[in-house]
Design a protein around this ligand. Structure first.
Ligand code: HEM
Length: 474
């Protein structure tokens, strides 16, 4: 039993890693475990408790992500993080290590959507979905996101980012109904939380899997209905033309129409899995990015004011953003980048090595090792970023960025498995931040300092609280 458990550390403790139930697999896993243990000798790390490992130091009660920073000072480029005694992730905190891993495929978690697929199926989905992120498809979303943001900001003094979960559900479904629900929802919240000048801005994302699961269930019901209706209309060419005239093809249409050279498309099950993936990618990550950016701007009012002036100058009296405006807000873009450098919405990317890897410095990890590209630590690496804790948007000016390591800033990961939705995410964040800055002045709430917790998406244990003050332009 002990040998089997040890072997699990090399084969991801469970069914999906090697499907290891047979004796030959057992021997293979044992061999992998031995090789891994040998390789780990060149990766010294924090002390390991005989039962808990050391992961509880980051995730345990009263613990914060900054423990990682402490470790990285001592064990700079990489260190093992133990989940109990037998499962280990090697945290890679170095841009060169990240580059080496990103350049290869590698397995991620088991699952059915693009984010979690691997091998030929991932390749097929990625190829079929890439056209969905062409700028021609993204362009019409600017007005949709603008409308959604305006709905969020409507009312006199309340903005509640949580409603993003509803607002931005528009992007994969033809969703007048969902927009209506979101407006109603936000109005109800506005009424509940209405206060004339200053209120807390509450970051209230689904904090646990259960709530997310529930949201998926609701969306599934909608999706199944929509898939059926769309399929009917997309079969008929005339009908398709009518749809194209009436509205742009959205992601769901693209999923439904996608065909490879052989004429094969995605099954209903695949489509549903992708809808889940995109719901997660569209919602939680961008909501985290928007929330942390507003937090940073609240902390640094001088940068906030510069962004506001830039946006005011660009938009004049209007409060709508067009596609062409997006390229004309360099300072705001730099502030968003600097915020997601300090608070990367996806702090880690996990991989299981499908082949052994030897890094440029000679350190070696065998096939099957679980590694985590530690985006959080790479973004705070003092050898890449001078005074990494200082908020300085000018780091992202063209002059200052040109000499930087290609993998020093990787909020969207890099390589073949980089984020397919990164342009979409940047559009969404720019619109939401710009319009929010026109309506409100953000200031910090010193009584409630966020405590970062490591999850798939970077959240704060106690929420992200800032004060809002309505801006009166007249
Ligand atoms: C600020 C917002 C976002 C951030 C920081 C972000 C970050 C990332 C990162 C780090 C990965 C790599 C994950 C891994 O390899 O395990 C990823 C992958 C992915 N993201 Fe995003 N993302 C964001 C928004 C979005 C949006 C808006 C969408 C969809 C509309 C999206 C869809 C995806 C998908 C489908 C993948 C998997 C790509 C593949 O493996 O081929 N993301 N994202």
């Amino acid at each position: 039993i002990c040998a089997y458990l040890v072997s699990a550390s090399a084969s991801d403790l469970g069914a999906y890693a090697t499907g290891c139930q047979q004796p030959s697999c057992f021997v293979k896993s044992l061999h992998l475990a031995q090789t891994l243990n040998k390789a780990l000798k060149s990766f010294p790390g924090p002390p390991v408790h005989w039962l808990f490992g050391n992961v509880h130091e980051i995730t345990g009660r009263g613990k914060d992500l900054d423990k990682l920073l402490e470790w990285s000072k001592k064990y700079a480029r990489a260190f093992p993080v133990w989940f109990g005694k037998f499962v280990v992730f090697v945290s890679l905190n170095d841009a060169d290590y990240a580059k080496a891993v990103c350049a290869r495929g590698g397995k991620s978690r088991a699952g059915k959507g693009l984010l979690t697929l691997h091998g030929p199926k991932w390749f097929q989905h990625r190829k079929l979905l890439t056209p969905g992120f062409h700028y021609g498809v993204l362009k019409p979303y600017v007005s949709l996101i603008t409308k959604s943001t305006q709905v969020m900001l409507v009312g006199t003094a309340v903005a509640i980012v949580i409603t993003c979960t509803w607002f931005f559900s528009d992007f994969y479904a033809d969703s007048k109904a969902s927009l209506a629900i979101s407006s109603l929802f936000s109005w109800i919240l506005c009424l509940i939380w209405y206060l004339p000048y200053q209120i807390d801005f509450i970051y209230w994302l689904s904090r646990d899997g259960r709530r997310f699961q529930k949201a998926c269930e609701i969306v599934h019901l909608q999706t199944d209905k929509v898939i059926k209706e769309r399929k009917k209309s997309l079969k008929d060419e005339q009908e398709l033309e009518k749809i194209q005239k009436k509205r742009h093809l959205d992601f769901l249409d693209i999923l439904l129409c996608a065909k490879d050279e052989k004429g094969d498309g995605l099954s209903d099950e695949d489509i549903r899995a992708e809808v889940d993936t995109f719901m997660f990618g569209g919602h939680d990550t961008t909501a985290s990015g928007i929330s942390w950016t507003l937090y940073c701007l609240a902390m640094y009012p001088e940068h906030q004011q510069k962004c506001r002036e830039e946006i005011r100058e660009l938009l004049g009296d209007q409060e709508t953003i067009q596609w062409d405006d997006l390229g004309k807000m360099p300072y705001t873009t730099m502030c968003i980048k600097e915020s997601i450098r300090i608070f990367p919405p996806v702090p880690f990317v996990a991989r299981q090595l499908s082949k052994p890897i030897t890094f440029h410095d000679g350190r070696y990890l065998p096939e099957g090792t679980l590694v985590g590209i530690n985006i959080y630590l790479i973004h705070r690496d003092p050898s890449l970023w001078k005074d990494p804790e200082v908020f300085d948007p000018m780091r992202f000016s063209p002059e200052n960025s040109s000499q930087r390591h290609s993998h020093a800033f990787v909020p969207f990961s890099a390589g073949a498995r980089n984020c397919i939705g990164q342009q979409f995410a940047m559009i969404e964040m720019k619109v939401a931040i710009a319009l929010s800055l026109l309506r409100f002045e953000f200031s910090p709430n010193p009584a409630k300092i966020p405590r970062k917790i490591p999850q798939v998406v970077l959240r704060s244990k106690n929420g992200i609280h800032v004060h809002l003050k309505k801006i009166d332009w007249h």
